[in-house]
Design a binder for this molecule. Structure first.
Ligand code: SIN
Length: 358
């Protein structure tokens, strides 16, 4: 094995990008209270040095610290920087694959962002981009980060015929498309779970693989990465008992470009919102409807006819639908400059139809 220090960037290697998170966290008193910790404390190079002796022979690693944050503080600018770093790495013939260490709180957003901006590129080049994280800080007695990172490194280096190039995530010995991973519990150690069936890392499940291919067939063109400072402003609003029209009208005189409505049940929202949402559409605010339940599809004209121009999110959760809407609005702006007449709805519809792997 070659250590990171003696691995020159000008020979074939796996690039490991560090974003921070619990995987890079440190607890003040790890034996007594491992959950009282600060995320984003350890450099990604140190995380790799810690597992160096377990890295299979022949795998060369280069690391780059993109950020070292608690991912609840993830910004759109950081997504731009990460997305560009991933695309640059994919374009580099010396980079055989990319691993991203990330906090689990917002891994859901980063997963869908990378799928929609780099997924086709990675697939066409036959390279994998794999996100991973941890639930316990790096110095906890039973830290899960080292095994997750090792799994990601082993999988990213696995032969192409095993699993196609694309954007994946690894946690707890299981792999899935990165756009299918989300944190689904506030504190449980197995909180980041796959929203669809996953595959054991190292033994790819054939039915899961055919689900991946079905998504990849439909995802035929990546969307542009918004430049730093040019992300359209999109908010998530939750419908609930006692909802008020002011929750919507509040935004009419703002620079908000889109609203994701996390509705109840099938994605329906409180009647108190209906008129003000009509006004929002007239103001040019893009509307997407999803469900606050955290699972299941939101379909057009269910539970009742959609407000004209409002799109249903398909299987996208509210945080994913928000990223998707931002990318769709940005793509609309980019094509306007080329005089093509595609709307955000055209771009968003391509995302909302992506199938859930069953
Ligand atoms: C974070 O998301 O940065 C903290 C929580 C975690 O990684 O599990």
């Amino acid at each position: 094995m070659s250590s990171q220090q003696d691995t020159p960037e000008n020979s074939p290697h796996i690039l490991v990008l560090g974003m921070g998170g619990t995987i890079a966290g440190l607890a003040a008193n790890p034996e007594e209270n491992p959950m009282e910790y600060q995320a984003g404390q350890v450099e990604v190079a140190s995380l790799l040095a810690h597992i160096q002796s377990a890295i299979p022979e022949g795998i060369r690693l280069v690391s780059k610290q993109v950020a070292n944050i608690n991912s609840r503080n993830l910004t759109e600018s950081l997504l731009t920087i990460l997305g560009e770093a991933v695309r640059e790495a994919l374009a580099n013939t010396l980079v055989k694959g990319v691993v991203v260490t990330h906090g689990t709180d917002t891994i859901e957003e980063t997963g869908v962002f990378l799928q929609l901006t780099c997924g086709k590129y990675a697939q066409n080049l036959g390279k994998k981009v794999i996100l991973t994280g941890a639930m316990l800080p790096a110095n906890a007695p039973k830290a899960d980060g080292p095994s997750n990172l090792l799994d990601a490194i082993r999988w990213v280096s696995a032969p192409i015929d095993n699993c196609p190039g694309g954007v994946y995530a690894v946690m707890d010995g299981r792999g899935c498309l990165a756009m299918d991973l989300a944190k689904r519990h506030g504190s449980a150690l197995n909180a980041p779970i796959q929203d669809s069936p996953s595959s054991s890392v190292g033994l790819i499940n054939p039915s899961w693989l055919s689900g991946v291919k079905a998504v990849q067939v439909l995802w035929n063109e990546d969307l542009p990465i918004p430049k730093e400072g040019e992300w359209p402003w999109v908010e998530i609003l939750t419908s609930h008992a006692g909802a008020r029209s002011e929750t919507i009208t509040h935004w009419l005189n703002s620079k908000v470009k889109g609203l994701v409505l996390a509705g109840s049940g099938l994605g329906g929202f409180h009647d108190a919102w209906r008129d003000s949402l009509g006004a929002a559409v007239k103001h040019g605010i893009a509307l997407v409807r999803t469900t606050r339940t955290g699972a299941g599809k939101t379909l057009p004209d269910l539970p009742e006819k959609d407000i004209a121009g409002c799109l249903a999110s398909g299987s996208l959760t509210a945080p994913r639908a928000r990223i998707a809407l931002q990318l769709a609005l940005n793509a609309e702006k980019q094509v306007q400059a080329t005089a093509k007449s595609l709307t955000w709805q055209d771009f968003f519809a391509r995302i909302a139809v992506l199938p859930v792997i069953r």
